[in-house]
Design a protein around this ligand. Structure first.
Ligand code: SF4
Ligand code: SF4
Length: 172
């Protein structure tokens, strides 16, 4: 994994390539685990020591990753875990990957340090656009801080099917 400061990113737009949903295991908070298992069953998750994760199917994909002929989609739209909502950004209280000035982001008088995971194909590098600086990074920060749940600028907008339909992959 490699990270770049957010000020080196001109814009981000999810291309629905599904790469992040194939690459990483998704860690769940306890309320997230409860919601998911009550809806889809405990077999959709695994516990490792004292942490819960979404189960990965045989090919390594997240069990809730779905696709049509062109794009990959999340089958957990209304209960998508926070870790997925914030990807590919990390919002930290301290500079962790260097270039602190480029990573700095002030929100309501508090300084944060924001980095992007370069594995995401939706990143376009350069000077941040107005929308990226003022709307997208702000929304990622508010999601990370738990100040909002809904995603407006930080997800791909598509016409999803029902959660039950999307969430059946494990049982096929
Ligand atoms: S967030 Fe990035 S890696 Fe994940 S699906 Fe979108 S473009 Fe692909
Ligand atoms: S829960 Fe959704 S966004 Fe998160 S890894 Fe699985 S398919 Fe991707």
């Amino acid at each position: 994994m490699q990270f770049v400061p957010w000020q080196n990113v001109a814009d981000w737009h999810c291309k629905a390539c599904g790469y992040c949903c194939k690459l990483y295991s998704v860690v769940l908070s306890f309320p997230e685990w409860l919601n998911i298992t009550q809806t889809f069953g405990t077999e959709t998750t695994i516990a490792i020591i004292d942490r819960f994760f979404i189960k990965r199917v045989n090919d390594g994909d997240c069990a809730f990753l779905c696709s049509d002929s062109k794009n990959y989609y999340c089958g957990l739209q209304n209960m998508k875990p926070d870790a997925c909502k914030i990807w590919p950004f990390k919002i930290l209280s301290e500079s962790k990957y260097g270039e602190a000035n480029q990573a700095a982001y002030d929100y309501r008088g508090v300084r944060f340090y924001i980095y992007a995971d370069t594995m995401c194909s939706g990143l376009r590098y350069g000077t941040p656009t107005w929308e990226f600086r003022n709307l997208k990074i702000k929304e990622f920060t508010e999601l990370a801080l738990g100040l909002r749940q809904d995603q407006c600028k930080t997800t791909r907008t598509v016409n999803y099917g029902s959660q039950q339909q999307w969430g059946r992959r494990l049982f096929q």
